[in-house]
Write a protein that binds this ligand. Structure first.
Ligand SMILES: [Zn+2]
Length: 303
């Protein structure tokens, strides 16, 4: 398998993770963060399995496409010689029940049936591949990745792939595979070109302001502010992780840029953002080594 489009951490997940360290999130925002973390974890787990497949195929992860005016998101798409596999990946955990086309937890909470989303995406995708002039069959499935997931009374004719069926599904894909040709590469290139890079949904993010966020240097492993610094290293008192100060500092710069893309990165700003944990004389060389210098000496900032 050749991964032609890798999965990146979703921007809203990165922003919420950074905010969660530096401000108090509401209960529903925390829940949203947990769901994003869980979803991303499930998807990366799936990616690891796909990378082990030996058949010829092109893998495109995390596509955001607008087809005939409607935008859809695809967790994973695998182009093989005869079939285009489209997956909606779910990392649900525990016992669920299938009742009149809906999914319910055992406590009776209704969960959106991922099939609704899948059917909509599959319909759009069929229109697109037709427009692109390919004759590949599209096979779409909701794939439950978590081994603890159990769905009682699921209709057998639904395109679900359960954890216990995953292995057999991949074995079949390996067995049925044929060599790829230029037309497959052409299709993959075309889809990558159509992908929207800016996939953020700002309305799902809490509002935040620079002044209201907690400042400080944080552990790159667990996010704790409780660090002890030596000349070159910082050690986290919460999780014990040790990192070079340079690495920890650059992570703070990236976080600041992510949350406030409009701010210019200066040594004064970074001194403040790190809560004064590092002296300015130490910050200046770290910025010069790792970022591009812009502006003159008086208005120096870094990109
Ligand atoms: Zn830590």
């Amino acid at each position: 398998m050749l991964v032609v489009k890798r999965r990146c951490q979703p921007v809203n997940l990165a922003i919420l993770t950074a905010l969660n360290k530096r401000m108090e999130l509401h209960h529903d925002e925390k829940q949203y963060l947990l769901n994003l973390e869980k979803g991303f974890e499930g998807e990366t787990q799936f990616d690891r399995l796909v990378e082990q497949l030996t058949c010829e195929g092109l893998v495109l992860n995390d596509l955001l496409l607008t087809i005939n005016g409607t935008t859809c998101q695809i967790d994973s798409l695998i182009v093989t010689a005869n079939t285009l596999y489209l997956y909606e990946i779910k990392n649900f955990e525990g016992n669920f029940q299938y009742k009149s086309n809906q999914l319910y937890t055992f406590s009776g909470k209704e969960i959106n049936n991922p099939l609704t989303q899948l059917n909509r995406t599959a319909t759009l995708m069929r229109q697109l591949i037709k427009q692109l002039g390919t004759d590949l069959e599209l096979e779409a499935a909701v794939l439950f990745i978590n081994p603890s997931f159990m769905l009682y009374e699921a209709a057998v004719d639904k395109p679900y792939i359960f954890p216990a069926q995953l292995q057999a599904h991949f074995v079949k894909m390996n067995r049925d595979s044929l060599p790829l040709s230029k037309k497959h590469q052409f299709l993959a290139d075309k889809l990558i070109k159509l992908h929207h890079k800016e996939g953020v949904f700002p309305h799902q993010l809490p509002s935040y302001a620079y002044d209201n966020l907690k400042k400080g240097l944080t552990c790159i492993h667990c996010g704790s502010f409780d660090l002890s610094l030596t000349q070159r290293k910082c050690r986290c008192k919460s999780c014990g992780h040790v990192a070079p100060i340079e690495t920890a500092f650059c992570a703070q710069v990236e976080e600041c840029r992510l949350l406030f893309p409009e701010l210019r990165i200066t040594k004064i700003l970074m001194h403040d953002w790190c809560g004064g944990a590092l002296p300015i004389r130490k910050i200046a060389p770290l910025l010069s080594t790792n970022y591009e210098k812009c502006g003159d000496k008086r208005g120096r900032y870094y990109k």
